[in-house]
Ligand binder design. Structure first.
Ligand code: NAD
Length: 305
């Protein structure tokens, strides 16, 4: 595809590798982030630094957002020196953060009135997927805008699925997060019991991962749990935010979401310990408190004192 001018806002664990892929594909990037370190890092890779979201959007054909939560996206889009003040008619804004579907629909309407296309295009696949360009991307918005933006999304993801009107991408992502959270709970409880029973944890993960109990969570986060590596690929506070949105959706659709509510509470407990910035696998710590047992390769002796 021809070289595109792209504004990129939000250079965290996901945004940084995604922006680097776009640069490596030959596109011109203007980047903005709340803290300056990541902007300087991207500038070393050839990006131009923007002084505000407005400036990042001003000369861009596409503006991509990768921010934590709904209020961040709302502020960056509609606030003072926000994207809405810079984006040109005919350009396209793509929000790849995971936020509330209702907020996406609201922003979509604002931008439509100004002739700017808007897509909600959240992703799954983790930082590994962001680095390798293998993300799954679920897209909501107007179909003709999706078709125009698809070549850019192809730089970032392998499986790109148009889900329907504005908000549908986020609704799909929230369903994904329910599945993520509950399979993480399954992985944690399996490892906890295996540890207490004195099984070889590496063998447990290996054999379960090749059968009907396999999951991305067990395969990728199981070894981290056993190694007590709680560095974030995906921060616990972000999954807690996603589960909060899921529960709001349950409220809207009058749907009981029992497992989601349970996991939300467990993550609240982790955040209450001041550990919300750890990776999601750190939820094992809350379960260990309840079990009075710490997962350990040398198992039986691991009762908490
Ligand atoms: P992160 O916390 O690592 O990064 C967020 C970045 O946004 C930070 O660099 C922060 O400085 C910046 N930021 C926050 N508010 C800002 C503002 N007002 N203006 C400018 N910059 C601002 O988060 P992340 O892991 O990169 O996740 C980003 C989004 O993607 C979240 O919605 C998350 O739920 C979602 N997501 C994350 C993963 C993952 O594995 N990490 C996977 C899929 C989706």
């Amino acid at each position: 595809m021809p070289v595109a001018r792209i504004g990129f806002i939000g250079l965290g664990l996901m945004g940084r590798p995604m922006a680097k892929r776009l640069l490596a594909a030959g596109h011109e990037l203007r980047v903005f982030n709340r803290s300056k370190g990541p902007v300087e890092e991207l500038a070393r890779h050839g990006a131009e630094a923007a002084g505000s979201p407005e400036e990042a959007a001003a000369k861009s054909d596409y503006t991509i957002l990768m921010l934590p939560d709904s209020r961040d996206v709302r502020q960056v889009m509609l606030g003072e020196r926000g994207v809405i003040h810079g984006a040109r008619p005919g350009s396209i804004v793509i929000d790849m953060s995971t936020i509330s579907p209702a907020v996406e629909r609201e922003i979509h309407e604002f931008l439509k009135q100004r002739g700017v296309g808007y897509l909600d295009a959240p992703v799954t696949g983790g930082t590994i997927g962001a680095e390798q360009g293998t993300l799954a991307i679920m897209v909501g918005g107007d179909h003709e805008i999706f078709k125009k933006a698809e070549p850019i999304l192809r730089v970032l993801g392998q499986r790109i699925v148009y889900m329907g009107p504005s908000g549908s991408g986020q609704m799909t992502k929230i369903c994904n997060q329910i599945s993520v959270a509950l399979s993480l709970l399954g992985a944690c409880e399996a490892i906890l019991l295996a540890s207490k029973a004195g099984l070889d944890l590496d063998k447990v993960i290996e054999v379960i991962s090749s059968g009907a109990g396999a999951s991305w969570q067990l395969a990728h986060l199981g070894p981290a749990i056993v190694n007590r590596d709680f560095r974030p690929g995906f921060k616990a506070e972000h999954l807690m935010k996603d589960l909060r949105i899921a529960l709001e959706m349950g409220q809207e659709y009058n749907l009981p979401l029992l497992g989601t509510a349970l996991m939300h509470q467990l993550f609240k407990s982790l955040a209450g310990k001041g550990e919300g910035a750890l990776g999601t696998q750190a939820v094992i710590k809350v379960l260990e408190d309840l079990a009075n047992h710490i997962v350990s390769r040398s198992s039986r002796g691991a009762e908490k004192s």
